[in-house]
Design a protein around this ligand. Structure first.
Ligand SMILES: [Cu+2]
Length: 130
């Protein structure tokens, strides 16, 4: 009998502690986004989508794995001061925090194949946190 009473009194406390932990983690943890980007004449292919768009939330920690499928390309995102060059067979991984909300163009800035003029552009879309 006493065992039953002890258990029923402890359960709400354990539940509260768990809830407190979950809330703390939700508030402090940064959302990490891993996104694969393949550069290929003359486009960017974003993993799991058929549009050259990268969608993230404000303050997400974004990790890009950049791959080239043919010739050297770059992932150039001027508004975030990002300029990464990639060669076939040598993936480049980099991270940034999406602190600015809005739509930002990225493109290939290498001039040897006129990638940008041929439409090798995409958009980073950062939506505000509620
Ligand atoms: Cu290029």
């Amino acid at each position: 009998m006493s065992h039953h009473h002890t258990t029923s009194h402890r359960l709400p406390l354990v539940g509260l502690l768990l809830l407190a932990c979950v809330v703390t983690v939700a508030v402090t943890a940064q959302t990490r986004r891993d996104i694969g980007v393949t550069a290929v004449r003359h486009a960017f292919r974003i993993a799991d989508t058929d549009k050259p768009e990268i969608h993230v939330g404000q303050d997400d920690l974004v990790r890009i794995t950049l791959t080239s499928a043919d010739i050297p390309h770059s992932f150039t995102l001027p508004d975030y001061r990002i300029q990464k060059r990639v060669e076939p067979g040598k993936d480049v991984v980099f991270e940034f925090r999406a602190e600015k909300v809005g739509r930002f163009e990225f493109h290939c800035s290498l001039t040897n194949d006129n990638c940008r003029e041929r439409g090798m552009v995409g958009t980073l879309i950062v939506t505000p946190r509620p």
